[in-house]
Design a protein around this ligand. Structure first.
Ligand code: ZN
Length: 286
């Protein structure tokens, strides 16, 4: 429990609290993708790769720029923790903090996923989401968040007073990245980053602002699809929390594998070109 406030409430507290919020990043000037151009080419796709992400484990795959990628639930309700890297330079990777600041806490159709500084450009565009009907529920929950970090053995160790669990998403991603890049685990771990929580249903409680999860509404056959703006290395863990209705960081939850499909369109979307890295000159006023 957090302690009670110890500072006396000021006389104008109500007035201060009633000031209306403003959006941090007015995105009217943010370049938006032409979704119709993406939609126009996604009816005729050729499956070029299919990868199974085993339950309580992770897998990697490549999505060449200009291809689509579908993250699929096939057997039962299961959430996935997704990392994305520039396949040609893994120092560029998904930046969930800025993706969240620009798109909101949860992402869906038409949202773009941004990479870290100094690259900061859209690296993927979400082109289909069979859970887009969910919106926000009465608790403030929604799917596909960019607010959680990933379940990890360090937090588990703290909260369980010394527990050792090796199949948290952080460890699953670490093993998969180490395998893919043929590097030691300790080195691979440095590249694992905060995730897009695919299919996970989360929010912040209205009264205490605490991060919550609830049973994912995902059904077999559901998928989240994105278009690769640059060559991407994907890595996804099938979370040991399963549908995340109760707990993670243990072997208690029922877990299922997830499927990944890489699909090539017959032509690239009209007017599309891979985005250049960010145009800031990096002189920082010096
Ligand atoms: Zn997890």
């Amino acid at each position: 429990m957090k302690p009670q406030a110890i500072t006396p409430t000021p006389i104008d507290a109500d007035a201060r609290k009633s000031i209306a919020p403003v959006i941090c990043y007015p995105v009217e000037t943010l370049p938006r993708p032409d979704l119709r151009a993406y939609q126009a080419v996604r009816d005729d796709l050729e499956l070029v790769d299919r990868v199974t992400v085993p339950a309580r484990d992770a897998a990697t795959w490549i999505v060449p720029a200009g291809h689509f990628c579908r993250l699929r639930c096939e057997e039962g309700p299961q959430v996935g923790d997704l990392n994305l890297f520039n396949a040609n330079d893994i120092s560029e990777r998904l930046y969930t903090g800025k993706t969240r600041a620009l798109n909101g806490t949860h992402v869906g159709l038409g949202d773009q996923l941004f990479s870290n500084f100094p690259y900061m450009r859209p690296i993927a565009t979400i082109t289909h989401d069979t859970l887009d009907w969910y919106g926000f529920d009465e608790f403030g929950g929604s799917v596909h968040d960019v607010i959680g970090t990933r379940c990890d053995p360090y937090t588990h160790n703290l909260l369980s007073h010394g527990g050792q669990y090796h199949h948290c998403c952080h460890s699953n991603l670490t093993r998969a990245v180490a395998r893919h890049l043929d590097m030691p685990l300790t080195q691979a771990e440095q590249h694992v980053h905060d995730v897009l929580n695919v299919f996970m249903c989360t929010g912040f409680t209205r009264d205490t602002g605490q991060y919550f999860m609830k049973a994912s509404p995902v059904r077999p056959g559901d998928y989240l699809e994105f278009f690769a703006e640059i060559d991407l290395l994907g890595c996804m863990s099938a979370c040991p929390g399963g549908d995340c209705s109760a707990q993670h960081s243990s072997d208690v939850a029922q877990c299922y594998p997830l499927e990944v499909e890489v699909l090539r369109p017959r032509r690239v979307p009209e007017g599309w070109a891979p985005p250049a890295i960010n145009g800031y000159d990096r002189t920082h006023g010096a």
